[in-house]
Design a protein around this ligand. Structure first.
Ligand code: SAM
Length: 237
């Protein structure tokens, strides 16, 4: 946790917060600050700054906070990801928040196992929990927007063309593709396939919607590796 994320209901006065639960445990067990120490804090969807420790016991910690800076800039990216298996989803949600992705669209594809759609990890609170861990890692405060689309064809036909319009729009696909373009801080859409890859029909539909296939070379990467590698190649992170 490189930043303690604060929520509106932590405030007991305009610049005083009272923390309990996971954040208190992290402070007591990992950070072990002394009274008067300054810790990095940030308000969810707001500014970042420091919190001076006023009191700390096994019930709660109180900090006086100053939120004077904007959080790090976001990546202007709509990431479209075929729903991965739950274990990988958990890590990918954290990575997406850590890297500052603006929007994550979790979609169905032929090689997405149907059972993945019933994981409790897709409950809004469970998604939010993973995203918050990712934000705390990065020192960011802004949650990515998450969208779920359980049907591939209506999504690519009815929604994707408008999502791609006016943006650099790419599908990561190891075959019949151009090399990954140079990094550019430009509004983009990127589709990443499931563990078994997109089938030919799906790649054709993504191309029809305005996406260009790109590859990262001959090594096939796991989804959780492909996402950070693609983002660091496509954006000047
Ligand atoms: N067996 C699958 C195949 O051959 O397509 C591998 C899929 S890979 C584990 C999952 C996704 O990561 C792919 O659908 C693609 O979006 C992305 N990916 C992995 N390695 C890649 C590479 N070398 N170039 C482009 N995309 C890659």
């Amino acid at each position: 946790m490189n930043l303690i994320l604060l929520f509106a209901d932590d405030f007991t006065a305009p610049n005083i917060v009272r923390l309990q639960g996971r954040r208190l445990r992290h402070m007591s067990e990992v950070q072990q600050p002394a009274i008067g120490d300054r810790l990095r804090v940030g308000l969810l969807d707001g500014r970042v700054g420091s919190g001076t420790l006023l009191t700390l016991d096994d019930q709660a910690a109180e900090l006086q906070v100053e939120l004077e800076r904007e959080p790090p800039p976001r990546l202007p990216l709509r990431l479209i990801l075929a729903l991965p298996r739950p274990k990988m989803l958990k890590r990918t949600l954290q990575t997406v928040a850590t890297l500052g992705v603006d929007e994550l669209w979790l979609i169905n594809a032929y090689r997405v196992d149907k059972s993945y759609w019933s994981t409790p990890l897709l409950a809004p609170e469970a998604i939010r929990e993973q995203l918050i861990l990712g934000l705390e890692q990065a020192g960011d405060t802004r949650l990515p927007e998450i969208q779920l689309r359980k049907r591939f064809k209506p999504f690519v036909e009815d929604e994707l063309p408008a999502l791609c319009a006016g943006r650099r729009a790419l599908v990561a696909h190891p075959y019949d593709a151009q090399p990954c373009p140079a990094a550019e801080n430009t509004p983009s859409v990127l589709a990443v396939g499931p563990e078994g890859g997109f089938i030919r029909y799906e790649v054709d539909k993504l191309i029809e919607a305005g996406m260009q296939p790109i590859h990262l070379g001959p090594r096939i990467l796991r989804v959780e590796t492909a996402v950070p590698v693609l983002l660091s190649r496509l954006f000047p992170i």
